[in-house]
Design a protein around this ligand. Structure first.
Ligand SMILES: Cc1cc2nc3c(=O)[nH]c(=O)nc-3n(C[C@H](O)[C@H](O)[C@H](O)COP(=O)(O)OP(=O)(O)OC[C@H]3O[C@@H](n4cnc5c(N)ncnc54)[C@H](O)[C@@H]3O)c2cc1C
Length: 389
């Protein structure tokens, strides 16, 4: 019998499995599809501290940024510690941006308007200034997830996680309230503990255990340009409007381009945000808006072709915080889901904290802001209030 079954082979499930295996646990990872076949395969790969308000998500992001730097040593996936440049459209926005940076307490440099092109020579003129965050980085999320699964223990612990794809979890084994394994379309798997890392489907999986997690899909599109001969965009670059969009509760369409080059040449332009269920219909107006915003940042992109676009569904939680930790309503079931637009960045810290919880260790961060029962009406007043948008 495995110590742990992890449901979901996205980047979060992979990180949970990786750190649990490193802690010496015997881990089985199940996914109904392939590795990174969920939202992980549709992400952009930003590992950002720059866009987080001070508070629990920023604490998680700072921990995770450091862990990604270590994990990059495993090799097997692109990791670029290139830094992020946030630019302000006018003086008022710049004042808000610099105030945010001062409050975040993370390493940053305020950049005067006249020095912006020292960072990005091809940036459009006219921005009032910006803030550079050296800790912002980029990972290729699909290969990162695969690597974390393949190189689980790397000498420590009992080995690499065992992976079973094409297996759908349909229910839970119980001993009273306690979760003692999973039911699947390929048979039952008893386990010491179960981790729900089912991303946008984390609420559905939780419901199989009779517990409520209000995770909803928030759609996003990304544009990919043809490969460029020479690097045009050196860092992650976005306007301050992105920070507002990320924190918004609106179900309506929001776009603010995050532009970045990749080692293989194409420029990635992401991303839109809208709550339209699981609708995959390509929206030309959304793609046009993203392209226009990218050209407003880098006019030279106007002469480059877009070769493809893709979309995915962020696991949106009403208070914008992920769900991390054991569920007191179903002991033995741990959740690691609901990371919305930051699951790639936050995956290692999530996996690390889940492994600590699974092994009875003291969590390196206070998990109470992420606790699974915080949305229950009878828990109101004891934590972050739910703000269903
Ligand atoms: C357009 C876009 C851009 C983004 N850009 C970024 C970015 O730059 N940086 C960042 O940090 N984040 C970004 N994100 C968000 C990020 O992609 C997600 O937060 C992250 O991938 C979630 O990973 P996950 O492992 O939790 O979920 P997933 O990758 O969705 O994995 C969940 C897995 O669970 C499996 N599953 C579900 N139900 C079952 C079941 N019953 N039985 C078995 N398996 C099941 C699914 O098949 C799936 O593979 C972006 C998202 C989008 C859509």
């Amino acid at each position: 019998m495995p110590d742990v079954v992890v449901i979901g082979a996205g980047v979060v499930g992979a990180a949970c499995a990786h750190y649990a295996a490193r802690a010496g646990l015997d881990v089985v990872v199940l996914d109904r599809g392939p590795v990174a076949g969920g939202t992980t395969g549709a992400g952009e790969g930003n590992v950002l501290v720059s866009d987080k308000e001070p508070g629990p998500e920023l604490d998680l992001a700072v921990l995770s940024a450091g862990l990604w730097r270590e994990l990059a040593g495993l090799g097997g996936f692109e990791y670029e510690p290139k830094g992020g440049l946030v630019v302000a459209e006018d003086d008022e926005v710049l004042a808000a941006l610099t105030a945010l940076a001062a409050g975040q307490g993370v390493e940053h440099t305020v950049v005067e308007a006249g020095r912006l092109t020292d960072y990005e020579p091809h940036l459009a003129p006219g921005f009032a200034g910006g803030v550079f965050y050296p800790q912002d980085a980029q990972v290729q999320p699909m290969l990162a997830a695969a690597t974390l699964l393949r190189k689980g223990a790397r000498g420590a612990g009992r080995g690499t996680p065992s992976l079973r794809t094409g297996v759908t979890v349909t229910g839970f084994l119980r001993d009273g309230e306690r979760v003692t394994g999973v039911r699947t379309d390929r048979g039952d798997i008893p386990a010491g503990a179960v981790v729900n890392a089912a991303g946008t489907w984390g609420g559905e999986v939780a419901a199989l255990a009779g517990v409520h997690l209000p995770i909803l899909p928030r759609r996003g599109f990304i544009l990919v340009t043809e490969p460029l001969d020479e690097p045009l965009v050196l860092h992650k670059v976005y306007t301050a409007a992105y920070v507002t969009n990320v924190a918004s509760d609106s179900a309506g369409l929001e776009t603010s381009a995050v532009v970045e080059g990749t080692p293989s040449g194409p420029v990635l332009i992401g991303a839109s945000r809208e709550r339209v269920g699981f609708d995959r219909t390509v929206s030309i107006p959304v793609l046009e808006r993203l392209a226009r915003q990218a050209v407003e940042l880098f006019p030279a992109l106007a002469a480059r072709r877009v070769i493809r676009a893709y979309c995915g569904f962020r696991p949106y939680c009403p208070d914008h915080l992920p769900v991390i930790g054991e569920d007191p309503r179903a002991p033995g079931l741990y959740h690691a889901c609901g990371h919305e637009g930051a699951g790639i960045g936050l995956a290692p810290a999530t996996g690390h904290l889940i492994a600590q919880a699974l092994t009875g260790g003291r969590p390196g961060l206070d998990l109470s802001p992420f606790r699974p029962d915080r949305f229950d009406p009878d828990r109101s007043g004891t934590g972050t209030p739910a703000k269903e948008g």
